[in-house]
Design a protein around this ligand. Structure first.
Ligand code: SF4
Length: 225
């Protein structure tokens, strides 16, 4: 039987964060996340409610955030991409927490068709991804769900993208990097939380001092999804 995924939404846009900023991308948002970040901007993805289950057409190009989700196989997802006429070849698997699911069957379907996958994850679940999947770990530390960032996720990361507002967040990242060292070639970026001016100033100053990258959530400045 083929793997089915609970999908909250699918849409095509420009990647606004991290290493692939500016790259046309198809976003596949999975439903479900137990991590519980208080400032999470996708809280509608946290729970998988049977009452919110809809058909495939209910999750494509949604007008706004909703708890509705559809159960789709990898083949269903490819069929939707074709139906919609999406042109992007970069596919961002996000959530929710997409690492709760085995993403290898999805990669096996998409990669032979020329798609490149990127997963955005909190680093708190064992990664089940293809060798070619670009792994962006946005580590979530000390969150109410009680999940720990996993050393194996930090090792597999191609990119670490960390939301910051205050110096204590940088200190916590430093602590994590020494406890769970990533590979030397990993790209590290700081992302100011909610575009706050002080957070942005701190992130810029720290990125320059450390030779890290700044990730500014371009889509929020452009007011696109
Ligand atoms: S891990 Fe991501 S989806 Fe889950 S609560 Fe935190 S920010 Fe939200």
């Amino acid at each position: 039987m083929s793997t089915a995924y609970p999908i909250n939404e699918i849409f095509e846009t420009i990647q606004g964060e991290g290493q692939f900023t500016g790259v046309p991308s198809i976003f596949v948002r999975l439903q479900g996340c137990p991590v519980g970040c208080p400032w999470c901007d996708t809280q509608h993805t946290w729970e998988l409610k049977e009452a919110a289950r809809v058909g495939a057409s209910g999750v494509v190009n949604k007008a706004g955030p909703s708890e509705q989700w559809a159960e789709l196989s990898a083949a269903d997802i490819v069929a939707l991409f074709r139906e919609q006429g999406y042109q992007a070849k970069h596919v961002v698997i996000t959530g929710g927490e997409p690492a709760m699911y085995d993403l290898r069957p999805l990669a096996a379907e998409l990669e032979p068709l020329g798609y490149r996958l990127q997963i955005e994850t909190s680093g708190t679940f064992t990664l089940l991804v293809s060798a070619d999947t670009w792994v962006t770990v946005s580590p979530k530390l000390d969150m109410p769900g009680g999940y720990l960032v996993r050393p194996d996720c930090m090792q597999r990361a191609d990119e670490i993208k960390y939301p910051v507002a205050m110096q204590k967040h940088i200190d916590a990242l430093d602590n994590l990097l020494s406890r769970c060292p990533p590979r030397p070639e990993v790209s590290i970026s700081l992302q100011p939380i909610s575009q706050r001016p002080r957070a942005t100033e701190l992130a810029i100053k720290t990125c320059i001092a450390r030779n890290w990258r700044l990730s500014v959530q371009l889509h929020k400045y452009l007011n696109i999804e």
